[in-house]
Design a protein around this ligand. Structure first.
Ligand SMILES: NC(=O)c1ccc[n+]([C@@H]2O[C@H](COP(=O)([O-])OP(=O)(O)OC[C@H]3O[C@@H](n4cnc5c(N)ncnc54)[C@H](OP(=O)(O)O)[C@@H]3O)[C@@H](O)[C@H]2O)c1
Length: 295
């Protein structure tokens, strides 16, 4: 039987733990704050930011939302970031990507105070992660690690194939899973669009993480009954005349065949959101020195 790894339930547990941590902060007169900054006028980005603000409200984190006119010069966004860096209200800062074309996204990521960089994309934090000492784990890779642990998958010595080498998912995940740590120590193969014979890699994997953005590309022919499939993909497709969300794994084909699988929606997505809250309380702990326990 295939275990369906429930990201909603695990994310709810983590949010509870974050709410506990927030209460402990409150006892010391500290309210953790997360600033979301939106510059691009894009409906998907607007929805993501709204969800993040709602999550903050649920756990008692002070949500601060700042919008910058999409036509404003890049300097205006940088000024906003400077103010948030210097102020005490925001312990974490998240600039919603993408930013408009006339704004250099890398310069924006580098402008956020690395101590408040709860996305984990500042070059200093990327360097720390690469060297095996992460400060903030990027939210999606961290969520994947927690899901694997929750599913009882031992990463030590496991063959993990990550499909997709983006800077926000595949690369940091490959780093985290291969580092010398209890939730690492895996042998990781990082695949991408130029990989020759992808199925030859996925078929020998204990764990396949699908993060390519290609609807339902991983099917039963590409894995074995012992495989755990973690599906990061979120793809909107038309099915029977209706718009629906599917992952990068063919859930219907894999359910009943593989050892375990995350659903879409309800797998990695809610975990990504929960780990942002986690990073915000972690940032608050480091900035204030108030030693709360993290979930
Ligand atoms: N659940 C969540 O919270 C969450 C968070 C972030 C992203 N996502 C979703 O995860 C997916 C990946 O996101 P991303 O931002 O990492 O995407 P991305 O930046 O577009 O990167 C996709 C990666 O997949 C590789 N790829 C594309 N087609 C492939 C193929 N046919 N075979 C093998 N590799 C292939 C690409 O290879 P090249 O490098 O060679 O181009 C690239 O490395 C998307 O569906 C996105 O919506 C979900």
């Amino acid at each position: 039987m295939t275990e369906i790894v429930d990201g909603e339930a695990l994310a709810a547990e983590i949010r509870e733990g974050v709410a506990d941590a927030v209460e402990q902060f409150e006892g010391e007169g500290v309210t953790p704050g997360l600033a979301t900054v939106l510059m691009e006028a894009d409906p998907a980005s607007e929805t993501y930011v709204e969800m993040k603000q709602r999550d903050c409200e649920e756990v008692g984190i002070d949500g601060i939302h700042v919008e910058v006119d999409p036509d404003a010069p890049a300097e205006e966004l940088h000024e906003t970031i400077r103010e948030l860096n210097e102020g005490t209200a925001a312990n974490g800062i998240l600039v919603q990507m993408p930013v408009p074309d006339h704004v250099d996204a890398q310069a924006v990521q580098a402008a956020v105070d690395p101590a408040k960089d709860v996305d984990g994309f500042h070059p200093e934090n990327v360097g720390r992660l690469m060297s095996g000492e992460p400060r903030f784990r990027p939210c999606t890779p961290h969520g994947v690690q927690r899901l694997l642990a929750d599913a009882g998958v031992e990463t030590e010595g496991a063959d993990v194939v990550v499909v997709g080498r983006s800077n926000i998912v595949g690369r940091p995940l490959a780093n985290l899973l291969s580092r010398r740590a209890d939730d690492g120590n895996a042998t990781v193969t990082l695949c991408h669009s130029r990989t020759a014979d992808l199925a030859a890699h996925t078929r020998r994997a204990d764990v396949v993480v699908a993060a390519a953005g290609v609807p339902e590309m991983i099917d039963a022919e590409m894995v074995t009954p012992d495989t755990t499939v973690i599906d990061v993909g979120i793809n909107r497709v038309e099915r029977d005349g209706e718009s629906t969300l599917v992952g990068d794994a063919d859930f219907d084909d894999l359910e009943g065949y593989v050892d375990a699988i995350t659903p879409v929606p309800g797998g990695v997505g809610p975990m990504t959101r929960a780990m942002l809250l986690y990073n915000t309380v972690k940032a608050t702990r480091e900035q204030t020195g108030v030693d709360v326990s993290l979930p």
